[in-house]
Write a protein that binds this ligand. Structure first.
Ligand SMILES: Cc1ncc(COP(=O)(O)O)c(C=O)c1O
Length: 372
């Protein structure tokens, strides 16, 4: 049987059926229904955060919060190219220009020491990514944002369940976006949320995600449709009950990988961050050996029906659709380029057996012995 890079977490079938049963009585299946409201309040409690707005997916959550915070259009946003397409697309689709900053070699998050040099009078925001659930340098980024009066919107798509100094990543910057996509540690099938401290944004975000409609006869924004429906919210309510257990099981998988791979030369595992409680969302490995290359390992695993992923390759600044941008030159972000060409995310999910982890590691270490 094949092993995919991830496998969606699902509650027991009966538990989900029980949760959605009453929808057949109420016939209220979207538009801020009871499940939506309950899930929203559960998230506020779980994340210890004052405001949560729910979305049909993380990408639209990001687009909507950018629209609410980066007005007027036309400004520049400092971000990294080492991310999923969504981060850069959300900036460009919002009428803004991405300015690419390099990442750090140890945790692949934005290199805060390189942000200031990229700030211009057009900069309106910084959108750093807690890539793989690794937490950006929150304090340094906040200092820069305050110095230049720019907004910080975290792409926290990977970091649900992650805490820094015991505080959820929902609570940093002006806003944080989570993805609840099926492939994430916590899912609502598709889904997402924006968490933020400024309560005056609640109404704006609710309006923007519902066609800009403010009241029965009043439409304030050129909004779209990004509402989370009741079936998604019900999945969230169920999956939240099992989240701690999911993370505990992922931790065992990650520890097994570490045990098996840490002694192999030229294989770089991601360092555990200080003061961070991880969600073990991904298991990225950097292959630095000129013989044991990322692409060879990828192919070798695929021959055995093991599907690792080249996350994130290519860089978003290398996408065909961004070649018209004057700063889409990946040689200006050399660390991001290097990591992107050498990294492979190995399969990790709660139910991945330790025997399967051993099998994956044996393929890698066997090849390493052969190369050596
Ligand atoms: C870094 C990052 N940002 C944004 C998104 C978009 O989230 P969604 O798939 O929920 O739209 C993803 C999704 O996979 C992601 O990995």
């Amino acid at each position: 049987m094949s092993i995919l890079v991830t496998r969606s977490s699902m509650p027991p079938f009966e538990e989900y059926c029980e949760e959605i049963k009453e929808l057949w009585n109420t016939r209220w299946i979207t538009n801020n229904g009871e499940k939506h409201q309950l899930f929203q309040s559960q998230l506020k409690e779980y994340l210890h955060t004052p405001n949560v707005t729910l979305y049909t997916n993380g990408h639209l959550a990001l687009e909507n919060v950018i629209e609410a915070m980066c007005f007027p259009k036309g400004g520049e946003v400092i971000t990294t190219p080492f991310t999923f397409a969504s981060t850069t697309h959300a900036i460009v689709r919002s009428g803004l220009t991405p300015v690419f900053c390099d990442i750090k070699f140890d945790d692949y998050t934005i290199d805060e020491s390189k942000i200031e040099a990229l700030i211009t009078e057009k900069t309106c925001a910084i959108i750093p990514v807690h890539v793989y659930g690794n937490v950006c340098n929150i304090e340094a980024i906040q200092q820069i944002a305050e110095k230049y009066a720019v907004k910080v919107i975290y792409d926290a798509a990977h970091s649900f369940g992650v805490t820094y100094k015991e505080v959820s990543t929902a609570n940093f910057g002006n806003a944080s976006m989570f993805s609840f996509h099926a492939t994430k540690v916590f899912n609502t099938i598709e889904g997402g949320a924006v968490c933020y401290s400024d309560s005056s944004l609640v109404q704006t975000l609710n309006d923007i995600k519902n066609f800009g409609i403010h009241g029965p006869e009043k439409t304030l924004y050129v909004g779209g449709n990004a509402k989370m429906n009741e079936f998604q919210a019900a999945m969230g309510i169920c999956n939240l009950r099992h989240l701690d257990e999911e993370i505990r099981k992922r931790k065992l998988v990650a520890e097994r990988y570490r045990q098996q791979l840490s002694d192999i030369d030229d294989i770089k595992l991601i360092a555990e961050q200080e003061n961070v409680q991880s969600n073990y969302a991904y298991f990225p490995v950097v292959f630095e050996d000129p013989l044991l290359t990322r692409d060879k390992v990828f192919d070798l695993l695929r021959e055995q029906s093991i599907f690792a992923r080249k996350y994130f390759y290519p860089l978003t600044s290398e996408f065909e659709c961004y070649q018209m941008l004057s700063n889409a030159d990946s040689s200006k972000t050399p660390i991001a380029k290097y990591i992107s060409e050498h990294i492979l995310c190995l399969p990790i999910y709660a139910d991945l057996s330790l025997e399967d982890v051993d099998k994956i590691c044996e393929i890698i270490s066997g090849f390493h012995r052969k190369c050596g």
